[in-house]
Design a binder for this molecule. Structure first.
Ligand code: ATP
Ligand code: MG
Length: 411
């Protein structure tokens, strides 16, 4: 894409009321726009990052047997009354609205109820199970605090998968698969070495749930990590009994602030019972479906990656989620740069081509702020030296390479 076509501009300063680093950098770089506290538009550069993350998530979910669909944002009161979760005293972060005829509706903050309700139309026999269905979509929560930028939005983007199994044994096998899929996702987006499987509250229906917590000082959670065992415990549940239950030693634990980037739950029959979600087993007997839910904050991940990968000049995107692979800067050499741009595009290399009539200094500053992994500069000097100047965003030194070697160097 030519940068002259990108309507967004970088900004020297973020809005005064924006306290979080992730939103400051993402706003200044032109990835998101703050509409109001906790509500951000995803701009073209940001959408490319969100799509990169989503595609990795989609790939890993599909490998576990997941199938994608789109549920609705508008939610029917009666469906949520079945589990008592329509009540504002039980769920305090609903956004609700009304139809012209007065009928109350809610904006989905999660989808266990509608998914369970939906499955009553499709599950009747053991032959129909298991089902792993997921949704990548916007959800709405009337969050009391919205101080962590896009990491705690009132409107945010996530992946939620719901599993429907014949029994606990079948569920447990999938639950372990999901843990591996999540690990693969964090490895692929560059958060693997900072993200820990964390034991958390299981609620009323199972002993523990599992969170995926990424170490960062901007996190809202506190976790205790056992590096040797490669697991952690959320402070909310950490007590002597839990430590004993898991063979963890107080000495061995390191306290860290962390961001909850995902979590997985065994739901047991919590939702299948109120929805009478049953199937007939091989003997023709009716059984309740055993459920699980698997959430992952995609926009929160974009914020988390930003919090972790930056320097004083801007963002440093990991290659797998970067909006483009190459930032091509023409310093008054548009004719030569245009040829390189076309060659890169032909080789399926994603390139943002800065063809604008602005100063070299502004181009360099923008490039550092936006944080694309490779910067290629075409200048009079580089051409005299035999080619273009190439530099990785996370390295200090640039080098000159021949124009015909660019593709090889990047791939
Ligand atoms: P938290 O403890 O941070 O409030 P949660 O436990 O309510 O999150 P879930 O309802 O299980 O989270 O949602 C699954 C995932 O969605 C979370 O792990 C997180 O990554 C993401 N998420 C939750 N709330 C928000 C939000 N307000 N903004 C952005 N992402 C969110
Ligand atoms: Mg939580």
């Amino acid at each position: 894409m030519k940068q002259s076509q990108l309507f967004t501009k970088t900004q020297k300063n973020a809005p005064k009321d924006e306290v979080s680093l992730n939103a400051q950098l993402l706003i200044r770089g032109g990835f998101i726009n703050k509409e109001m506290a906790g509500v951000y538009s995803i701009l073209p550069l940001g959408l490319r990052v969100i799509d990169k993350i989503s595609d990795i998530v989609r790939d890993e979910m599909n490998k576990t047997g997941g199938v994608e669909m789109q549920s609705t944002a508008l939610q029917k009161k009666e469906v949520w009354e079945k589990t008592n979760r329509w009540d504002d005293k039980i769920v305090d972060n609903w956004f609700k609205t009304t139809l012209k005829n007065g009928t109350e509706l809610g904006l989905g903050f999660t989808h266990e109820e509608p998914m369970s309700n939906l499955m009553t139309s499709f599950i009747s026999s053991y032959k129909d199970l298991p089902i792993y269905v997921y949704d990548i979509r916007t959800v709405f929560r009337n969050e009391a605090r919205a101080k962590s930028g896009i990491m705690r939005g009132r409107e945010f983007f996530w992946k939620a998968l719901y599993s429907f199994s014949k029994n606990k044994e079948e569920h447990d096998v999938y639950y372990e698969k999901a843990k591996i899929a999540y690990k693969n996702i964090f490895d692929r987006i560059g958060l693997g070495n900072k993200t820990f499987l964390t034991f958390a509250s299981g609620g009323t229906f199972s002993k523990y749930s599992h969170e995926f917590q990424t170490i960062s000082d901007s996190g809202e959670d506190i976790i205790y990590i056992d590096k040797e065992k490669n697991i952690a415990v959320n402070k909310e549940v950490c007590n002597d009994g839990v430590l004993k239950d898991l063979g963890l030693e107080k000495k061995n634990l390191i306290e860290k602030k962390a961001i909850e980037v995902g979590n997985i739950f065994s739901l047991s029959y919590k939702f299948s019972e109120p929805f009478h979600l049953k199937y007939r087993d091989e003997k023709g007997e009716e059984q309740f479906v055993y459920m699980g839910s698997y959430g992952l904050g995609i926009s929160r991940l974009m914020g988390t990656i930003t919090e972790i990968n930056n320097d004083e000049k801007g963002i440093v995107w990991p290659e797998a989620v970067a909006p483009f692979q190459v930032h091509l800067l023409s310093l008054s050499q548009n004719e030569e740069a245009q040829k390189i741009y076309i060659a890169l595009v032909k080789n399926s290399i994603e390139v943002l081509y800065d063809d604008r009539e602005i100063s070299a200094g502004e181009k360099f500053a923008d490039s550092d702020l936006i944080g694309i992994p490779y910067r290629i500069v075409v200048s009079k000097k580089s051409l005299e030296n035999g080619g273009v100047e190439i530099k990785k965003r996370n390295e200090k030194e640039s080098k000159i390479i021949k124009i015909e070697d660019i593709t090889k160097e990047i791939k």
